[in-house]
Ligand binder design. Structure first.
Ligand code: GRG
Length: 304
């Protein structure tokens, strides 16, 4: 489905706005550890869709007009965590990829040691940044609530847990079934989208049941997002994706495309997207923030 010109323009504007916020929190390159900061900033400035901070800000908007000064630290933090995951995912010990976001990967430019360290540093710096929201005047219960969810969803019961199962299955040549694949997708990819929407709701002062609903919307959206990633890996081009195609095949990875083919995987993307949009409608989302509904829909047709 084609998106309206308005949607595309609004997305572009919102991306620029969050990017400006993210850049304002990047570490200084002038300190003793400047070379580490240069490697961190290289990948943070490399572009990307900035989807997670946009989702977080739009989820906040469902409950109150976002105060960028107060929630900015969390917007920057989620993009730092995401970027850390990409840097580490590309390392020789994991996917061993040389291109990401249309540029050489961090380890390809700065070496493997700085690839490891800049990923670690971004993860830690993300939490250092997020807590700044308290100094900027965000209520303590919102800071603590969002931080708790962010920590949970990015740790061993979230992104890192999912990635570890993915990596160990691959290294041991285990035949992955749907149940395991769903665990991996739910955690390595969905967990960050759940954190984006759930934290956004908490930052906006949402009641608990709304936070839970947004986490469920993030779950369906995130699994669809990962399946679309599998599809693009075999149907897109390096130019369009900004990263190598057929990476899963190179790594002998079982994906939704391996299990169900491109068409079957596509049907699952549509089904999960509809599920997310139904939940969004149920909580009155389309009335309060139609842009977020349209954004979720657009991800099912994304080309990069
Ligand atoms: C646990 C061994 C170990 C390493 C850590 C946590 C981690 C590495 C990797 C996370 C797994 C991962 C990279 C999942 C892929 C999720 C995904 C589809 C990322 C691409 O996101 P986009 O398309 O990227 O939003 P841009 O570049 O647009 O920001």
């Amino acid at each position: 489905m084609l998106h309206s010109v308005n949607f595309d323009q609004e997305l572009k504007r919102k991306k620029q706005e969050v990017e400006e916020i993210i850049f304002s929190f990047l570490p200084s390159e002038d300190d003793f550890a400047g070379e580490l900061a240069v490697a961190m900033n290289y990948s943070m400035r490399a572009g990307g869709k900035r989807l997670r901070p946009i989702l977080m800000r739009e989820a906040c908007r469902l409950f109150e007009t976002p105060d960028d000064e107060k929630i900015g630290p969390f917007l920057a933090a989620i993009e730092m965590i995401h970027t850390h995951s990409l840097i580490h995912d590309d390392l020789p010990a994991i996917d061993n990829d040389m291109y990401r976001r249309g540029r050489l990967t961090t380890h390809a430019v700065y070496g493997e040691a700085l690839g490891v360290l800049s990923g670690d540093a971004l993860l830690n710096y993300a939490y250092e940044t997020a807590v700044q929201a308290y100094q900027k005047g965000l209520e303590a219960d919102r800071v603590l609530g969002a931080l708790t969810l962010l920590l949970r969803k990015t740790g061993m019961y979230g992104m890192l847990g999912g990635q570890s199962v993915d990596v160990t299955n691959e290294k041991n040549n285990r035949r992955v079934n749907k149940e395991t694949l769903d665990y991996i997708y739910e955690n390595k990819t969905s967990a960050l989208l759940e954190a984006s929407l759930g934290c956004g709701a908490i930052l906006g002062g949402a009641p608990g049941e709304m936070v839970d609903a947004l986490i469920r919307i993030g779950s369906a959206t995130g699994i669809a997002f990962q399946i679309q990633d599998d599809i693009l890996d075999v149907t897109s081009t390096m130019e369009e994706l900004g990263k190598p195609v057929f990476s899963d095949e190179k790594n002998e990875k079982v994906t939704y495309v391996t299990l169900y083919g491109v068409e079957g995987a596509g049907r699952e993307v549509s089904r999960l997207t509809e599920q997310a949009l139904c939940l969004y409608e149920e909580i009155g989302g389309n009335e309060k923030n139609p842009f977020l509904g349209e954004l979720i829909r657009s991800l099912a047709a994304r080309k990069n």
